[in-house]
Design a protein around this ligand. Structure first.
Ligand code: GAL
Length: 678
């Protein structure tokens, strides 16, 4: 990939030529005199962007026929007077109580037929026509009033679509599901064939018989479940698109519209969403009980950048310290707030925002940290927030820069959904774990990694890795075949290429359509029982694998790279490679342990001609490189408790501390350096 045809040296939010810094601002929770203090403190901390209105519907439309915008007028004007830009939310994320009371059809219904009550948030049915009518009416009013407000530089539709209600089983949703299926399959015969309804007497003779997968006595049809997941993602996306259409009619074309993602969120296919979003934005709340949450922090950030086709993105929400919704909610460890914030910028974020500006004193989130804590500004949190605001000003040159990756990891939500349905060879397979297994070693070795969809053109990458791609569509097969022919090397993890787009086994079995690429196929799956493991040998290295193994058959010309050593498969291949005219491929019938997988992946990267950003990266360090018209920037992140020295092979200058270095750069324990390369 070259930057020459893609040079951007300005913010993805044209109305804000700076690193975005700020958070969700909910002034409706506070008396107006506090707003003045808010403005002064925001300026003090370097806040330049706030998201307003996310949960304001009830305050903006207190009854079905009354509206109250004056308070919001005053807030937006105040922001403008103080030079604070606004990401204006459409306020449709949580309907007011009157909507549920007057129009029960707007409330979501679960798989057992129970209608959700108002009193929490996001309880609407995505397919409710009445919800759509009222939410679009609100958006019309917002755009009419604020479409040209000088403070508004971005519009924010809804909030975290699907976070609480990701599917609805109401009658109206069932009708919408049938319409979606008719558009997809055209006729019932095709649906019957693709869903395999000859099985268990599920054959449909009229569309009225087709239902969402409501509560059943045993496994519902897998293809029906899979299509319902796709439909549910699309139903939410339709809501988003409906609002965007209204907003677009009333705003300057240069103002971006976004909605906040939740990185590896299991209920929305973000690849299909991303096409409709001007600036990718995302919420990230690391699990402090997970000592490796920084790996997921990097992985999620790479996904966000990739969803935006490499463009910078915005971290829309994070906590300054503790959250309130896990079992135990510790404060962030020392230096973690700064380190993890800069880590997101290292992976392409051009903005760091938070939930929320001022910690609430009432309601369900009063124990969630804010930028302004309950105890005010003489606090560690406030000092850290203000310091980060200053750091971001110092790294302004990085804005708009991009990351070049020669490795892509494949992720397809359909495959994820199908993999984790019921009635599988093993319910212990997890998409997220598989992604982490493969991402971790490459990231720790300093490689730059994109995510990609199997149906996109993959030939720009030197190495494409699919840790778990259970389902591959016909187009996906085509893309892999053509990229492999053009010179892209592939690593395919276990139980991949097992089914077609509707979770059906292809006639002839495993890897049909891809056998020439991988030089093998699996004859039978050998899932391992909990606690069971088998020996494996790669070259001279020996290890154990658990969870999964496969009886692989090798085709002529392919080579055995690793063998199982114990169990029923002893002596049979565990990993097979296949030399192609312009590339090489590997198929793994198991997931080797951490050390083995790490050595294996580094070897494949070398064979595929890919180099890490920095060679011999010390343990506990993370590195990324961003490039724009003005220069190249290296982010060195020390996640360990020890000081490190990183040999980067050229001279550089720290944008924050202004220290200059020759070749070796010291990075203190827990800290980050943002270097401009000379
Ligand atoms: C997000 C949500 C915010 C707030 C936050 C708390 O999921 O968008 O409104 O609830 O979580 O961590």
């Amino acid at each position: 990939m070259s930057f020459s045809d893609n040079q951007i040296s300005r913010s993805v939010i044209p109305g804000l030529q700076e690193y975005a810094f700020g958070g969700d601002y909910n002034p409706e929770q506070w008396p107006e005199h506090v707003w003045l203090e808010d403005m002064q403190l925001m300026r003090e901390a370097g806040v330049n962007l706030v998201t307003i209105g996310v949960f304001s519907w009830a305050k903006l439309q207190p009854t079905e026929n009354t509206w109250s915008f004056e308070w919001l007028d005053r807030v937006l004007d105040l922001c403008h007077q103080n030079g604070i830009k606004v990401d204006l939310a459409t306020a449709t994320a949580s309907p007011p109580p009157w909507l549920g009371l007057n129009h029960p059809s707007t409330l979501a219904v679960d798989e057992t037929g129970v209608r959700m009550a108002w009193g929490a948030r996001q309880h609407y049915s995505p397919s409710s026509s009445v919800f759509k009518k009222f939410s679009l009416q609100l958006v019309e009013k917002m755009v009419e009033r604020y479409g040209s407000h000088p403070a508004v530089v971005m519009w924010h539709v809804g909030n975290e679509y699907g976070a609480h209600t990701h599917r609805c089983f109401s009658e109206e949703s069932a009708d919408a599901f049938r319409a979606w299926l008719q558009a997809k399959y055209k006729d019932l015969d095709t649906l019957n064939e693709r869903w395999g309804t000859a099985f268990w007497s599920q054959w449909y003779s009229s569309w009225d018989e087709v239902m969402p997968p409501r509560k059943t006595v045993y496994f519902p049809n897998p293809a029906q479940q899979l299509d319902f997941k796709r439909f549910s993602s699309d139903a939410m996306l339709e809501l988003y698109k409906g609002e965007v259409e209204v907003i677009r009619r009333g705003i300057d074309p240069n103002i971006p519209i976004t909605t906040n993602f939740m990185r590896f969120f299991p209920h929305a296919d973000y690849w299909s969403w991303a096409r409709h979003i001007n600036v990718i934005s995302d919420d990230w709340y690391p699990d402090l009980a997970d000592p490796e949450s920084h790996i997921e922090g990097a992985m999620g950030a790479d996904l966000m950048r990739s969803l935006g086709q490499g463009k910078p993105w915005i971290l829309m929400e994070q906590a300054t310290s503790a959250i309130n919704w896990r079992e135990v909610n510790p404060v962030k460890p020392k230096n973690a707030y700064r380190r993890w914030s800069l880590q997101q910028t290292a992976h392409g974020a051009d903005g760091i925002l938070h939930f929320q500006w001022r910690a609430s004193i009432r309601g369900a989130e009063k124990w969630h940290s804010g930028m302004v804590p309950h105890t005010g500004t003489d606090t560690k949190v406030w000092r850290e927030v203000s310091a980060l605001g200053q750091d971001l000003k110092k790294i302004q040159p990085v804005i708009g820069s991009r990351i070049e990756s020669q490795i892509a990891i494949l992720l397809d939500w359909s495959s994820w959904w199908a993999l984790e349905l019921d009635s599988r060879p093993s319910t212990r397979l997890s998409q997220r774990t598989a992604l982490l297994d493969y991402y971790r070693p490459l990231s720790q070795a300093g490689y730059s990694i994109d995510f990609a969809h199997p149906e996109q053109d993959l030939s720009k990458y030197k190495l494409v890795i699919a840790p778990s791609l259970y389902l591959i569509s016909d187009l996906g097969i085509e893309r892999i075949r053509s990229a492999a022919a053009a010179g892209t090397s592939f690593v395919l993890g276990s139980f991949s290429g097992a089914v077609d787009a509707e979770d059906g086994v292809r006639v002839g079995g495993h890897l049909m359509g891809l056998r020439e690429v991988f030089g093998c196929y699996s004859e039978e799956w050998h899932p391992l029982l909990p606690g069971e493991s088998v020996g494996i040998k790669i070259g001279t290295a020996r290890g154990e694998v658990s969870g999964w193994s496969e009886h692989i058959r090798v085709l002529p010309g392919a080579s055995v790279e690793a063998t199982f050593e114990t169990g029923d498969l002893a002596g049979l291949p565990a990993i097979v490679s296949n030399q192609l005219p312009k590339a090489k491929s590997w198929y793994l019938g198991c997931t080797p342990d951490r050390t083995m997988l790490s050595e294996f992946l580094e070897r494949t990267a070398i064979e595929a001609g890919v180099a890490p950003v920095v060679l011999n990266l010390p343990k506990g360090m993370e590195v990324t490189k961003r490039v724009n018209d003005a220069g190249s920037y290296l982010f060195l992140i020390n996640h360990s408790n020890e000081d490190k020295l990183v040999e980067i092979g050229q001279s550089s200058r720290d944008l924050i501390t202004e220290d200059s270095f020759e070749h070796a750069v010291p990075v203190s324990a827990g800290l980050v350096r943002v270097l401009r390369l000379n």
